[in-house]
Design a protein around this ligand. Structure first.
Ligand code: 2M8
Length: 445
């Protein structure tokens, strides 16, 4: 078995690649969860844990369930699943911004341990379903029984507290909630957030000590990130005050995950003897709302909606392709997304000559090295590949799969990859890259 040609230091055959992925996951395991990276992200992150559970199910199924269980132990009383669960054993300064900035324990309904107050795309129900399919009995079914009420509460929080516009979609209140923190998609709403880069003189950024500052968000970005956190925190992370919040966006990926979660919950409900009907109804409504509010017929893709400004945001990022994960996406939109995916902007093909970028590679603000503004990430490719399979494009899905496996074979389990050369960037031993390559390797196409 020979993988794609090695670029720099990656394993040369698929057996070695699988072993590297397992070793990476083992090295990042921390008592009841997996850290995304020992250096850059040493705590537990919400959507990372979901992707990681999918990979763990192949090799350490018991850990897959512990991963999800530990995350949901930090769920707030209102149902929100925090995007970071802080490990109390780590020193202050192990990550910025740490517990002293979030002050979650002052907020109503927060758990006893420190967390952030934000959320991330709800890919956990999908992850739990996939983990169960890989590792069904006997632990899997019991784990689904345990997780189901928490997954339902997670969805209820989003539906009841975050539908700021009242039209069936979830609003994210911070770019960090999108998971694609520094995407050009957020440039316009971020520019409207008042902040001065100079405030960062009062803090010590942790990320730029472990990664090249030229690849990371700027100090002005961070000043705005902190201003948005402060606005939310100073209202006790209560969502009833959101009308005046400085950042309110309906994100296509977040809402596609929100809809995919209802599809997954319908299947989980059927497995554990609960009623799948309400999940199916909600899934249909979410897909309809997504098409109604975020599909732009002029561009043939999905665009985020700036709820404060009342308009769609123009950047054509990879976020727009992700509604493909919805099995009930109408043919008109699914076909348009396949055209967009195959275009020179994203280059998805049965034989891909370059990785799937995170931003339109023909755009003037495409940056091949900077975080989420061009580089290729495995979790996004993994989602898009699932969407291509769901909508009847196995040859494109296979091309994307080969491209992703080739990236890790070429460079190792990096956090992200150069969108032209495939060189490894960011953290060199990254959790979801290891997990998702295991999942890709286990599939035939
Ligand atoms: C990145 O986000 C964190 C903030 O949450 C950071 O930049 O410090 C993103 O890539 C996000 O999607 C990811 O979950 C997190 C941990 O891997 O890192």
């Amino acid at each position: 078995m020979t993988a794609a040609p090695t670029r720099t230091g990656g394993p040369t055959d698929l057996g070695a690649l699988r072993q590297l992925a397992v070793t990476t996951l083992d090295a990042n395991w921390e008592h009841d969860h997996t850290v995304p990276s020992r250096t850059l992200y040493p705590h537990q992150w919400s959507w990372d844990s979901a992707f990681i559970a999918v990979g763990l199910a192949h090799v350490r199924p018991e850990r897959a369930w512990r991963e999800l269980a530990s995350l949901f132990r930090a769920q707030w009383a209102d149902g929100r699943v925090p995007h970071i669960v802080f490990n109390p054993a780590l020193s202050v300064g192990a990550y910025f911004p740490g517990p002293e900035l979030w002050r979650s324990t002052d907020a109503q309904g927060a758990p006893a341990g420190h967390t952030s107050g934000l959320v991330q795309p709800p890919v956990h129900a999908l992850a739990a379903l996939l983990a169960y399919r890989r590792a069904p009995e006997p632990v899997g079914l019991a784990a689904l029984h345990e997780l189901y009420p928490a997954l339902v509460a997670q969805q209820r929080y989003l539906a009841d507290r975050r539908d700021v516009a009242g039209d069936g979609l979830v609003c994210i209140v911070h770019p960090w909630e999108s998971g694609l923190d520094n995407s050009p998609a957020w440039d316009d709403p971020m520019a409207a957030v008042p902040a001065e880069a100079a405030v960062m003189r009062a803090y010590r950024r942790h990320d730029t000590a472990h990664a090249d500052a030229a690849h990371r968000p700027t100090d002005l970005d961070y000043a705005r990130y902190l201003a948005i956190v402060a606005a939310y925190r100073d209202h006790g992370y209560a969502d009833r005050a959101l009308a005046d919040h400085p950042f309110l966006v309906e994100c296509p990926l977040f809402n596609a995950a929100f809809g995919a979660a209802e599809h997954a919950l319908a299947e989980i409900a059927a497995l554990i003897g609960a009623d799948p009907g309400p999940h199916r109804v909600r899934a249909t409504r979410i897909t309809e709302a997504l098409v109604r509010r975020l599909y732009d017929p002029a561009t043939g893709t999905f665009q985020p909606r700036d709820v404060r400004a009342g308009r769609l945001l123009g950047a054509r990022t990879v976020l727009g392709l992700t509604p493909l994960i919805l099995p009930d996406l109408p043919t008109t939109q699914a076909d348009a997304l396949v055209v967009e995916a195959r275009s020179a902007r994203f280059g998805v093909a049965a034989r891909m000559d370059r990785p799937l970028p995170s931003h339109d590679r023909t755009a003037p603000d495409f940056e091949p090295l900077r975080y989420w503004r061009g580089p290729s990430w495995l979790n996004i490719g993994w989602l898009v590949r699932r969407g291509l399979l769901a909508h009847g494009h196995p040859e494109l899905a296979a091309g994307l799969r080969r491209s992703m496996i080739g990236l890790v074979a070429g460079a190792g389990c990096h956090e992200y990859f150069h969108p032209d050369s495939g060189a490894g960037l960011g953290s060199a031993a990254f959790g979801w890259t290891a997990a998702l390559v295991l999942d890709l390797l286990a599939d035939e196409v």
